[in-house]
Design a protein around this ligand. Structure first.
Ligand code: SF4
Length: 225
């Protein structure tokens, strides 16, 4: 397995833990608001090999509690479960960030995960805007996580155009009864589709109102700015 980058220290990527973050290359989606588009559309060397990543993490063990695997889409890499197993062997807490389109891979990874964050990008009928017509796999992931004992959260970045009150009502029905939902602010910087840099993010007040709507479906809904 290879990575496009490693962020040595993050205080925001794993709830309440100090983490290192590994970025995997490539993604099955093309979200217009993506900030990591360079490693999504044309991942370029140098890549960090998994053995080198493990060496670096081992040396940082006294500073970090956890390792977060993000992307790109980590679940596109078939060696992911084995890599997570190695992290657990070394005593790290593990977290995976995913877009949820690889339920079978997620099932395999759950054995070696302490936390999983799955992004819900928009309502089902708008997923074609992200390059995916078929969301049955995402629905399957939602179902797997609802039944899982592993700590998880669903995340929605509240991008105007992709997330409206109407979209949230549809998404709410999909997520009904989930353990945790986080609404995140959209940052219109360095996006894949440059038009999205001109979008005005929703006000905090509006996002709080969105959270109130979502609490009807997921009691534990919070806002992360
Ligand atoms: S799923 Fe994530 S990494 Fe992939 S295109 Fe969308 S925002 Fe970018």
């Amino acid at each position: 397995m290879k990575f496009s980058g490693l962020q040595k220290t993050s205080l925001i990527d794993y709830p309440d833990k100090v983490a290192s973050v590994l970025f995997t290359p490539s993604c099955n989606l093309r979200c217009p608001f993506c900030h990591n588009w360079r490693i999504v559309i044309d991942p370029k060397p140098p890549f960090l090999q998994d053995s080198d990543a493990l060496d670096i993490l081992e040396r940082r063990k006294k500073y970090i509690d956890a390792v977060v695997i993000t992307g790109g889409e980590p679940c596109m890499h078939k060696e992911l479960p084995q890599f997570l197993a190695k992290l657990k062997d070394k005593g790290f807490q593990t977290k995976l960030d995913t877009n949820g389109f690889f339920p079978e891979m997620i099932k395999k990874c759950l054995l070696f995960l302490d936390y999983i964050a799955t992004d819900i990008k928009t309502s089902p009928d708008k997923y074609p805007k992200l390059g995916n017509m078929e969301i049955s796999k995402l629905i399957k992931t939602i179902d797997i996580l609802k039944k899982s004992k592993v700590n998880y959260e669903f995340r929605i970045t509240v991008v105007p155009r992709l997330i409206t009150k109407e979209d949230l009502t549809v998404i709410g029905q999909l997520l009904r009864g989930s353990k945790k939902l986080v609404l995140q602010q959209f940052v219109p910087n360095d996006t894949l589709d440059k038009e999205y840099e001109n979008l005005k993010p929703y006000s905090l007040d509006k996002i709080e109102k969105f959270a109130e709507i979502m609490r009807k479906y997921v009691k534990n809904t919070s806002v992360r700015l």
